[in-house]
Design a binder for this molecule. Structure first.
Ligand code: DOR
Ligand code: ZN
Length: 347
């Protein structure tokens, strides 16, 4: 069996910098037409000038890797309490950035410069609402007294819903949703809210990470939840509501950083995401919805044209091998293990 789709876009991608950027850029650029690049570098991508320079480094990495696939890196700015509204407006108006990313301070990898108080960024958010600049949100509370498995649901009630009531014109993407609560909240919202979903959250639950041994390569944030939540995500990803789209959150860390006493959060899924997604949609008898999820819903939400190129996936009798580890300096980067045999292959 074969299916042909418009070339996909990835609406949430970590490409990093330096050696890691050089190691991972090809995996995304040869598969996806466009990707929305996350700004959580050290130091973060805060100003329009930072974003221009980072995009230049990504383009250089593409050239050095000999990748000539017409890949477009769409940039984001990292919102801090010192962000200047006029700088964001200039960067959006001149096409440097497509969106602004809000990390609650301390929520995840390299989020120390994030937002501790929404009140302090209200002037920037008001400007964004007035100028239709998209806000991408990492939706987890950071209160240490809240259980890590409840942090997304709590964020909806205590931060996201009040913010949406305060600024109903602001267009928001709830990034990498992981719960039935978030799927339902987005489904029931009337306007100006969408959600990205990762490949790994459609495939694994917390048992994959913790039962029968701890598997640090499945540790990511927001953390994977119970099976019922995975099923709720599959339901909306394969359903007819066009506000759900792919953001892989492919987030590379070296093997040493993952297998450590305090291991980093992130799953590197760029190299086998499309084959994995075909498997998920096939299992759900929804292959006819795959193209909307990977190649149309996100572009339509961001108001960008659909891609004209296409890709073909084929279901074969032989299994797709897990992508081999990639060398990064003198370390390795381990690819996402989908926890089931994959029979779909990218042609
Ligand atoms: O698992 C994650 N890794 N979640 C995030 O939000 C950040 C990302 C990273 O940058 O490593
Ligand atoms: Zn991310």
């Amino acid at each position: 069996m074969r299916i042909t789709l418009r070339r996909p876009d990835d609406w949430h991608l970590h490409l990093r910098d330096g050696d890691m950027l050089a190691a991972v850029v090809e995996a995304s650029a040869t598969r996806f037409a466009r990707a929305l690049i996350m700004p959580n570098l050290i130091p973060p991508v805060v100003t329009g000038a930072d974003a221009k320079r980072y995009r230049q480094r990504i383009e250089e990495a593409l050239q050095n890797a000999g990748v000539d696939s017409g890949f477009t890196a769409l940039m984001t700015l990292y919102l801090t309490e010192d962000t200047v509204a006029q700088d964001v407006l200039n960067a959006a108006n001149d096409g440097t950035v497509l969106a602004v990313k809000l990390y609650p301070a301390g929520a995840t990898t390299n989020s120390a410069s994030g937002v501790a108080s929404i009140d302090r960024v209200m002037p920037v958010l008001e400007m964004m609402a007035d100028n239709d600049i998209m806000l991408c949100i990492h939706g987890e509370v950071t209160d240490p007294s809240i259980d890590i498995f409840d942090r997304e649901a709590r964020f909806i009630d205590t931060v996201l819903d009040p913010l949406r009531k305060r600024l109903p014109e602001l267009r928001i993407v709830m990034e990498h949703i992981t719960t039935g609560d978030a799927a339902q909240y987005v489904s029931e919202s009337e306007r100006n809210l969408a959600a990205s979903i990762t490949t790994h959250h459609l495939m694994i639950n917390r048992n994959h990470m913790l039962a029968g041994g701890i598997r640090p390569h499945y540790y990511c944030l927001p953390i994977v939840k119970r099976e019922e939540h995975r099923q709720a995500l599959v339901k909306v990803a394969t359903g007819t509501d066009n506000r759900f789209f792919l953001g892989t959150d492919s987030a590379p860390h070296t093997r040493t950083a993952k297998l450590s006493e305090c291991g980093c959060a992130g799953v590197f899924s760029a190299a086998n995401t499309l084959e994995c997604l075909a498997t998920v949609f096939d299992e759900a008898c929804a292959l006819d919805r795959l193209e909307a999820f990977t190649s149309a819903n996100g572009a339509n939400w961001y108001g960008l044209p659909l891609n004209n190129q296409s890709i073909t996936l084929e279901k074969r009798s032989e299994e797709l091998p897990c992508p081999p580890p990639i060398a990064v300096g003198d370390d390795l980067l381990v690819a996402f293990d989908p926890a089931r045999p994959i029979f779909w292959h990218l042609v």
